[in-house]
Every structure is written in C-alpha cells, then in structure tokens.
Design a protein around this ligand. Structure first.
Ligand code: MG
Ligand code: MG
Length: 627
C-alpha cells in the first residue's frame, strides 16, 4: 500500500514539508502548484528535491474548470492543460487531478464532458500522462462521483480515470456502497479526509474543517472499505485543508496523518478480511481496564504538601520504591506515585513545570502487543535505564513531554507493585474507589492529536466536541472513553491564556493533566471524612443552589446537604451525578470527587462554567496584595 499526503495539508515551506512528510514514513506527495511557485528553483529542481527525500510525486493538482466549455474557451482550456503537462513532465509525475468545473460558462452534458476527456486523453497518452476526474461536492453540473464515473466510462480512454475523495462523497451524504460497482482499475487515485459534522456551506466546510480520518465524524472507513472492494490498488492519500494544521507543527500533523491512515487501513482489513491489502500485520487495538497509576513529579516542600494533601483524602503511603525516591499512595484501586528523583524523566518534568503529572500507566491485556501497535502507528517509544528489582514496562511518549506506560499481565507486570516497592503501611481509606476520569488540558491545536492517540491505540470512542464557557473565553471539550467506562479521559482545548485552562497551560509550560476525578459510592460520607482531615472543597455560591432547586425536582434536604458540602449535581436519562472539587493544590492542579448513581454517562458538563468561575474567584483573591 502506497501512502501519500497533499502538501497543502501541512505548514511550512516546501523543504520543511518534505522533511516532515518523509520523516513520518509516507511514500509520496500530492503536489500543489502554489507550493513551488514560491520555491526558488525550476520544476525539475523541485522534482529532484522530492525524490532526494525518498518520496514520489503521486499526483499533480488541481486543474480546474476544464470540461464542458463552449468555444473558444474550450480550446483555451486544452492549451492550459498542455502547459501543465509540460510542467508535470519536468517535475517527473504522470497523474493530473482535474476537478469538476465550477465555471459559469460550463455547459454541462455528460457526453460533452466525456468527449472533452476523450480528446484530452489522446494528448495525455502521447506524453505518457494520465488524467483523473474528481467530482467536487460543489461542482456546477457534476458534484457526485456517480456522474463523474459515467463521464469517465463514456470517455472510454486508457489514460482517463476517476479520482475519489471521501470528503466530496460523504459531505453530500452519498452512500459509499455506490462505489462498489466501479472497476478498481478505472479509479486512478483516492484522497481521504474526515470532517466534524457541522451544517455549513460545503466549500467552506471543505476548505477549513477537514481533518484526519478518525478525527472527524464522517464514515471514512465505510468509504474506504467500498473503494478497496473494487480491487483498487493505487495510493491512499490525505488531502486535508484545515486552518489549524496550516498553522500548526508540520511534524506533528504529518505524524498524525500517517497514524490515521495506517489505523484506518487496519480497520478496513479487519472489517472485510476478503480485502487484500499490502500492509504488515500488527496487533489490534488494545482493550484497557483503566488506569494502573498516575505519577506526579515533585520535590521537597511541595512534595511534602502533596503527600499531606493525598493523606487528607484518605490515601495511605503504602510503599517505597526500592531504588528510587518515589512513594506509592493508594486508596481502593487508585495508585498515585509521588516521584522526587533528581535525574531521569520525572526530574526533567519537575524542572520544566514544577509539580506535575509526569507519567500515567494504562492497564492493558498485553503490553507487548500495545507497544507493537503503537510502533506501527508511529508513536515513539520511551525507555529509561532499568535497575535491579525494576520491570521493563513498555512505554511511549505522548504530546508535550508526557509518558504513557502500558501495564500488562506478562513479564511479571502483574506483580509490579510488590516487585518494585517495599510495603511501608496498610491501606485505610475514606471510600475513594477508582479513578473516574483523567482531565487533560491542552492547546486547542493539540486536541485532535490527543484524541487520535487514544482512539487509534485503544478500544476507545470519542464523543462529539462540546463548548464550555469560561468567563474569559471558550474551552472546547471532548471525551474519549471505553464502552464500559473503565478508562475515561476528558480533553480540554484552550485557545486563550485568559481561560482557566489556558492559564494552567501557561503556568505549567504545557503540562497536560489538570485534574483527576476520583469515584466513591457515597460522596457525602467520603467528603465528611476528608474535610475532617483538612481537605478543602471549592466553595460554590448559593446562587448555584437556588438555580439547581429551580431546575431539578430534588428531595427535601438534599439541596441543603449539597450546599453545605459544596457538592454539584447533574442528571441524565440514565442516572444522577454528584461532584465536588478541591481547591487548587499547586500550579493549577486539583482533584474532583464524584459519585455516579445508576447509569449516568456524563461528566457534569453543565456545571463546568460555575466551577470555573468559582476557581477563578479564588485565584483572584489569592492574587491580591496582602494589606
Ligand atoms: Mg480532492
Ligand atoms: Mg471532571
């Protein structure tokens, strides 16, 4: 399988783009003329440079407004095409994309267009060039791949074929199975893009909101299954117009794109095993049963404070690492490691960010398989020198310096804690049971990347993106979770530093985990014990409870009880939800205590603006000069 990406998909000058594309592992590029108009060199130089990076030019694009024109415009269009053929020959590429005409004078008519393509096919053939016809979703007469195929069929020329683009088909809600009746050898090229489901003008949607397969909401997998069922064996190429990507890191976008392509094609072959695909076999997505541990990097007085804080929540310091300055705090199934090492990954993270979550461990059935899949998907692995009494636990690097370990059952990992830690005390606990969710904060640009990381590696689904209102801006929020809720991650993308999420990013220099939500069975009794031991809850204004009383029909006394303990409330069709936030304990980090009753599926999103306002109130009080 030949992978490819359009140069417009990523940022930078042509050389930067090629570097990022080659490093990510693609075989080729679709080249846009704009890319080398700005380049200081001849088309031949461009072609050589591309090949020097080990890449092919899989496609030259776009050629617009060709078919169906009256004379003398028709003759002009043919002249234009010939000039581009000259250029392509200099570049060293043999396939041109012609998109369906949007020209005001285009006459339409399937046979007229077919005749134009037949004539162009003759010229192309003499030059060893092929042309592919793509139906733009907003084309004047042709905006459906079925009509484009009919034109190609009637053009009946060896050098004229069809080009498919998942966006144009899926945006118009055309059933992908309609592709299955097209002969695979007449499909010259396939472009892939996903997009979030937003009702808007098709052209605007396409030019600004496309994203990588799996990052959006379109049925790109169904589209690709249908394409592969035809026997298509040409390149699979990403063509992503996205404002964020154009302004983002070329490296990150190239790597994400490659990950999305490989993950998609793996899904395609698993869904239809009859499809033959030239792609190495690698393990399927890992099933996870949740978080094995969360590790904080901290030091000195701050570490002492964090330890005390955990103890006020009912955690016991039950273990001491045999080789490292690291303690294990546990309550129920929640393990928190407090690492005070002065060298290695935790130390690097502490130096950059102060107290921060430097590592998380995800429980998987096979750590080796997870790592193998991760490697195929282009994740870089992470290793630290291993000492006596330490296990080799596979790990990868996440975004912004984070590390994610895969804790399996093999190679002694089921006895990880006994092996690496000596027991120093027994567990006590105030009723906290497990980690309900991990809340990661990131710049909005990194959000798609994180969501792709989780959904391509683990059996996890993403929810649609929702907007959360901060008094000073907007935060976008998306959930990735397993079907049984054993691993839930909320991703929060901030655009501006003025939001609470944004100020956390600025203060922590891009850390990602901002809060941990811990679940219990009886929030009131758990909180009572915690408060007795010095835990401070985030004060909520009484207006919140007045509003709650008006919105929900709550049993007498419950509202009072919630108000006294600063507990927030939400409900959905499945059940009810109680949540309580801690005050920030350092650098914008905080905890949340939750209780799910029945089958509540959410995260208390309607409460987020009130929580954020309450947190900001405290921050501004703290920031005031002492009188
Ligand atoms: Mg296209
Ligand atoms: Mg939360």
């Amino acid at each position: 399988m030949k992978t490819s990406i359009a140069t417009v998909s990523i940022s930078g000058n042509l050389r930067e783009k090629l570097e990022a594309i080659a490093a990510a592992g693609y075989d080729g590029i679709e080249i846009f003329e704009q890319d080398f108009i700005a380049f200081d060199g001849s088309p031949r130089d461009v072609g050589n440079m591309v090949r020097d990076y080990g890449l092919d030019i899989t496609l030259f694009q776009p050629f617009r407004d060709f078919e169906g024109l009256p004379q003398p415009m028709r003759a002009k269009a043919f002249d234009r095409a010939e000039r581009k053929f000259d250029l392509m020959q200099e570049l060293g590429t043999d396939l041109m994309l012609i998109c369906s005409s949007c020209h005001a004078s285009s006459l339409g008519g399937i046979d007229r267009a077919a005749a134009d393509f037949n004539a162009l096919g003759d010229i192309a053939k003499d030059r060893g060039i092929r042309v592919g016809y793509e139906a733009l979703a907003w084309g004047k007469h042709i905006n459906d791949h079925r009509d484009a195929w009919e034109i190609v069929r009637r053009a009946d020329h060896s050098n004229v074929g069809l080009i498919l683009d998942s966006f144009h088909t899926l945006a118009r809600k055309i059933e992908p199975s309609t592709l299955r009746s097209i002969p695979g050898d007449k499909i010259f090229f396939v472009q892939l893009a996903d997009a979030p489901l937003i009702e808007m003008d098709l052209l605007y949607w396409s030019r600004h909101f496309r994203n990588m397969p799996g990052e959006g909401d379109l049925n790109v997998q169904g589209f690709m299954q249908a394409v592969m069922a035809t026997g298509y064996s040409g390149p699979v190429s990403l063509e992503i117009f996205n404002d964020q990507f154009r302004g983002g890191s070329s490296k990150l976008v190239a790597v994400d794109g490659y990950r999305s392509l490989i993950s998609l094609m793996d899904d395609v072959r698993r869904a239809e095993p009859e499809i033959s695909l030239d792609l190495p076999e690698f393990p399927r997505r890992s099933e996870t049963s949740g978080l094995s541990f969360v590790e904080f990097a901290s030091r000195g007085e701050e570490a002492q404070r964090l330890g005390n804080y955990l103890e006020s929540m009912g955690f016991s310091k039950i273990g001491k690492h045999k080789n490292k300055a690291a303690d294990l705090y546990q309550q129920g199934g929640i393990r928190i490691v407090l690492n005070q090492e002065t060298s290695g990954h935790a130390a690097t993270q502490w130096n950059a960010r102060g107290t921060t979550v430097c590592d998380i461990g995800i429980e998987v059935s096979s750590a080796r398989d997870t790592l193998e899949r991760a490697a195929y998907l282009g994740n870089s692995s992470f290793k630290q020198p291993q000492e006596k009494d330490e296990l080799d636990i596979p790990a990868v690097r996440g975004l912004s310096g984070s590390v994610i370990h895969f804790v399996g059952n093999e190679n002694g990992m089921d006895r990880l804690w006994e092996t690496e830690f000596s027991q120093t005390a027994d567990q006590k606990g105030f009723g906290l049971r497990n980690i309900d969710h991990l809340a990661q904060t990131m710049s909005y640009d990194d959000m798609l990347s994180w969501s792709l990381f989780y959904t391509s590696l683990f059996e996890m689904k993403k929810s649609p993106m929702v907007d959360v209102f901060d008094p000073d801006g907007l935060v976008r929020s998306q959930v990735v979770e397993t079907a049984d809720g054993s691993l839930r991650v909320t991703l929060n993308g901030a655009d501006t530093h003025r939001t609470l999420a944004g100020s956390f990013l600025a203060e922590s220099f891009g850390a990602s985990v901002q809060h941990l939500a811990l679940a219990c069975n009886d929030i009131f009794s758990t909180l009572e014990k915690m408060i007795e031991h010095g835990f401070e809850t985030l004060p909520m204004p009484s207006n919140y409870y007045d509003d709650l009383g008006a919105r929900f029909d709550l049993p007498a006394g419950l509202l009072e009880k919630m108000k006294r303990a600063n507990v927030l409330y939400d409900q959905d069709d499945g059940g009810t939800f109680f949540q309580c936030y801690s005050k920030e304990f350092t650098g914008g980090l905080f905890f949340e205590i939750v209780q799910r009753v029945g089958n509540y599926q959410g995260y208390g999103a309607p409460n987020a603006p009130f929580r954020i306002a309450a947190q900001k109130r405290i921050k501004s009080i703290k920031g005031m000069p002492k009188l």
